[in-house]
Design a protein around this ligand. Structure first.
Ligand SMILES: Nc1ncnc2c1ncn2[C@@H]1O[C@H](COP(=O)(O)OP(=O)(O)OP(=O)(O)O)[C@@H](O)[C@H]1O
Ligand SMILES: [Mg+2]
Length: 250
């Protein structure tokens, strides 16, 4: 059986306390603030954020432009650090991690999907999707197998040798979803994944997220689209850097 990415190398405390792992949130922010400082201004992007997500939830994060949604997602994705407060991911206090440990945890446990796809133009579809597997000491054969499996799941197997510029926006985002899931991460973070897509392609990407959620992934997604937000199991509203509303949609 494959070990869950979050079980290694942080497996010991989890195994010593098996009863707690089922109830412990996958991620938990406690009193988090984020202040950006530039030479002339101080921007409070997040303040007093308490936010916990259980395994298997699908959270839609909504709020006006500038309210702190992307900042929140960057912190959850270990791309940025809070100025204040704590962030626990799968029971691991992330403040204590070295840069290398953070990168490893991010690579193994978190898949990202961005509004602008963020594929690498110089790499083929196959190589783009294989990127997250690059640091894992996987054999070339296994890597290829995983990439093909991920591309098949987004219905893009027929474009392995294409470059991103040779694909439509919807196809690029499907490839980006394949890249996000190729490492079988426990947590998927999506920042306006349908923001650059027409409604049909947006709906197709949302169907993929729904399927990943059904298959057991935990999903946090920022969206401006109320009909997509309704599909999530929970709706979290952010305003002026604070979580102002948080409710189940089950
Ligand atoms: N690197 C940065 N340096 C300085 N200020 C920043 C930085 N990143 C974000 N901010 C500020 O933090 C606040 C929150 O930004 P954030 O990108 O999280 O908003 P958002 O809710 O994602 O908005 P949008 O819906 O437009 O994407 C904004 O006022 C923004 O100007
Ligand atoms: Mg944003």
């Amino acid at each position: 059986m494959e070990t869950s990415p979050l079980e290694s190398p942080y497996a010991k405390p989890t195994r010593l306390r098996p009863a707690m792992t089922t109830t412990e949130p996958l991620l938990e922010l406690t009193d988090v603030a984020k202040v950006y400082l530039t030479e002339t201004v101080e921007t409070r992007a997040l303040r007093e954020v308490h936010f916990a997500v259980k395994r298997g939830e699908w959270v839609a994060i909504v709020g006006p432009s500038g309210s702190g949604k992307s900042t929140l997602l960057s912190i959850l994705g270990l791309l940025d650090t809070p100025t204040q407060g704590s962030y626990r991911l799968a029971g691991v206090s992330t403040e204590g991690l070295t840069g290398r440990e953070r990168a490893r945890l991010r690579n193994r446990s978190i898949g990202f999907i961005f509004q602008t796809f963020n594929l690498i133009g110089e790499l083929t579809v196959e190589d783009n999707v294989g990127l997250p597997l690059g640091y894992r000491g996987m054999s070339a054969g296994e890597r290829k197998e995983r990439v093909r499996e991920a591309l098949a799941s987004v219905d893009m197997s027929h474009r392995l040798e294409h470059y991103p510029a040779q694909l439509s926006g919807g196809q690029q985002q499907r490839v980006a979803v394949a890249r996000a899931i190729v490492g079988k991460p426990e947590l998927l973070l999506a920042d306006e994944p349908t923001g650059n897509l027409d409604s049909a392609n947006g709906a197709a990407v949302m169907d993929l997220l729904a399927k990943l959620h059904d298959d057991g992934s935990t999903v946090c997604m920022v969206t401006h689209d109320t009909s997509f937000a309704k599909r999530a199991t929970r709706l979290t509203s952010v305003f002026d850097g604070r979580v102002v509303e948080d409710r189940s949609q089950l």
